[in-house]
Ligand binder design. Structure first.
Ligand code: GTP
Ligand code: MN
Ligand code: MN
Ligand code: MN
Ligand code: MN
Ligand code: MN
Length: 199
């Protein structure tokens, strides 16, 4: 499933890779019992963002591992991009999920991935704060929720969303999270991926 060019590495081994920059990104999500049109379960509110380059990714960014822990760097990026205070959102080592290295140009990057579940109320507070973030309207064009349902036409919703252009391996990180946290059934995930490829 992982895009060619991205290989899984352990958190520890990634530190000894020479010539790689490290980046940390976080998927924030909450249970959402609401229904679209009073009928379609939203299931979860899951945050991604529209980036300055028109691609979709998770909040986060580059971390200087010589001076900072991965989590300190990630929390700084989250403050810049989401503008929320540490009381509302603080990612810790227990939220760490995976690391993937890529040699793709223009630079060698190790992408570390974190997942954190929040209450829907806190997630909404983060969305509200995000429009006042330092990077809002600059590096970040807006926080978005990922549609996790598929409409009757078999394409609207998650399949259509997956046809966007994603930065790095963000799309694989999203699918990995949906799968491992069992936010959607394996069948729903497979259907969304293949419907998107045909669409
Ligand atoms: P600058 O302040 O402009 O350096 O941006 P930043 O520190 O916020 O970095 P950015 O979020 O763009 O992430 C750094 C690098 O990580 C990018 O150049 C991509 O290669 C990669 N990247 C960005 N977003 C994601 C993401 O959601 N998932 C993954 N896997 N990689 C990402
Ligand atoms: Mn309306
Ligand atoms: Mn940033
Ligand atoms: Mn960023
Ligand atoms: Mn940065
Ligand atoms: Mn920046």
């Amino acid at each position: 499933m992982m895009e060619p060019g991205y290989r899984s590495v352990s958190r520890r081994d990634s530190r000894s890779l020479v010539g790689y920059k490290h980046a940390c990104h976080a998927m924030l999500f909450a249970q959402d019992h609401g229904k679209l049109f009073g009928r379609i379960p939203m299931r979860y509110a899951l945050l991604m963002q529209m980036r300055f380059d028109g691609k979709i990714g998770f909040p986060g960014g580059f971390v200087d591992i010589r001076d900072h822990s991965l989590e300190d760097g990630l929390n700084r990026e989250l403050a810049e991009e989401l503008g929320c205070d540490q009381k509302l959102l603080c990612v810790t080592e227990s939220d760490y999920r995976s690391s993937h290295a890529t040699d793709a140009m223009p630079q060698k990057v190790v992408a570390h991935f974190y997942i954190k579940q929040l209450s829907l109320a806190d997630l909404h507070r983060i969305e509200v704060a995000a429009v006042h973030a330092k990077d809002h309207g600059r590096e970040v064009m807006g926080t978005i929720r990922v549609p996790l349902y598929t409409l009757r036409d078999g394409f609207g919703g998650l399949p259509a969303f997956l046809t966007n252009t994603f930065i790095g391996n963000a799309k694989e990180q999203l699918i990995y999270a949906l799968r491992t946290l069992k936010l959607l059934s394996e069948e729903a995930i497979q259907t969304a991926i293949s419907a998107g490829q045909e669409g």
